[in-house]
Design a protein around this ligand. Sequence first.
Ligand SMILES: [Zn+2]
Ligand SMILES: [Zn+2]
Length: 144
Amino acid sequence: MPVQDRQIEERLAEAGVRYTAGRRHVVSALERVDGPLSAAELHLEMGGAVPVSSVYRTLAVLEEAGVVEPHHGARGITRYEMAEWLAGHHHHLVCIECGAVEDIELPAPLEVELERLVGQVSSWASFSAGGHSLEVDGRCARCR
Ligand SMILES: [Zn+2]
Ligand SMILES: [Zn+2]
């Protein structure tokens, strides 16, 4: 079992649920793609055999346990992705045409620069920054 899978299993066990085949199926689909997916998109990504309603239930369990996180970027559609402690720190590109959301990981120097800006914005707003996530709106390669 890969390290990541063991961590997920432990996290679910702490939440009192088992890492069933159905839950593994959803997790591996989310790990395979490079951006958050809605329940309907996940249903298609997994080949269409698992009903959307059951994908929803699985996502709710995984979210409750902190294994996946919701993303509310485009058109009011809630999409899900692996939690940051599993997926690593990254940002999002959101297409205003088709609504697709793509993950983007910044090179270290850019991330440092962004961290610095976030610090400045926070202190200007008298806010104590915790994490941050950059969201860039625009058009994806397909819609351009
Ligand atoms: Zn697009
Ligand atoms: Zn993401």
